[in-house]
Design a protein around this ligand. Structure first.
Ligand code: NAP
Length: 245
């Protein structure tokens, strides 16, 4: 149970982040949900509250330093502490290298990697003082394997792994653990535009024979956020049906 804990989830307006927020709230955590779409966040907090949980919405863009700082400040102001940060906000702007525009490179790196850096830097101050905390970064299997047409996205997700391990080393003495999850192909809006043919080809590559769902990722988050994972830091947990070992 996470009943005395306060958790922040970025990118919670839909997809994996939404499910992570619901799962954490289901374990009793007070959840601060963030993304750019305030209306979707308010629907989520209403849903969590209707199920007996506690949640607050803070709209913001993680790529903007002030928004990230404000998110952490609002969480502490509302609940007096922050124990768990899930860096889940992410975007894709796919394209082959030779045609990739700077603006698409920058947008992906700014959201997926710099956004996580902004949130970690802001929360580390509070967690260090508390001498406890859990930071979980949602990377991707393609950050480990690479993927044609996704140089920007894979670079951002591989960068998150380096960020995870470095910060894990820096914050370990403060009893703050930092880990990454690398989901495989998970059914959400992000993967929704795949053709049936592409989906079948993808499934062929997955030893467990199916694409993942957001709950598969949320279950891994619950473990890394819990007291059971106290001696685990700087690690990368693959949630990919075996597609990368
Ligand atoms: P999704 O359905 O597209 O949701 C992305 C979330 O991120 C939304 O809530 C979006 O909300 C938020 N977001 C995007 N840009 C943001 C920004 N600048 N500031 C704050 N929030 C922002 O994607 P998903 O499939 O759930 O993916 C969630 C995470 O898992 C991402 O980091 C993704 O890279 C990773 N992942 C996904 C898969 C997959 O197969 N789906 C596989 C591996 C890893 P707003 O638009 O309201 O801001």
């Amino acid at each position: 149970m996470l009943s005395d804990k306060v958790a922040i989830v970025t990118g919670a307006s839909r997809g994996i982040g939404r499910l992570i927020a619901i799962a954490l709230a289901g374990q009793g955590a007070k959840v601060v949900v963030s993304a750019r779409n305030l209306e979707a966040l308010q629907e989520l907090t209403a849903e969590i509250k209707s199920q007996g949980g506690e949640a607050t919405a803070v709209a913001g863009d993680v790529a903007i330093e002030d928004d990230a700082n404000n998110l952490i400040k609002q969480a502490v102001a509302t609940y007096g502490q922050v124990n768990i940060l899930i860096n889940n906000a992410g975007i894709t702007r796919d394209g082959l290298l030779l045609r990739m525009k700077d603006v698409d490179w920058d947008a992906v790196l700014d959201t997926n990697l710099k956004g996580a850096f902004h949130c970690i830097r802001a929360v580390a101050k509070f967690m260090s003082k508390q001498r406890s905390g859990r930071i979980i970064n949602i990377s991707s299997v393609v950050g480990e394997m690479g993927n044609s047409g996704q140089a920007n996205y894979c670079a951002s997700k591989a960068g998150l792994l380096g960020l995870t391990k470095s910060v894990a080393r820096e914050l370990a003495r403060r009893n703050v653990t930092v880990n990454a999850i690398t989901p495989g192909f998970i059914l959400t809006d992000m993967t929704d535009n795949m053709t049936d043919k592409a989906r079948d080809a993808m499934t062929e590559q997955i030893p467990l024979g199916r694409l993942g769902d957001a709950e598969d990722v949320a279950n891994a988050v619950l473990f890394l956020a819990s007291d059971q994972s106290a001696y685990i830091t700087g690690q990368v947990l693959g949630v990919n049906g075996g597609m990368y070992m």
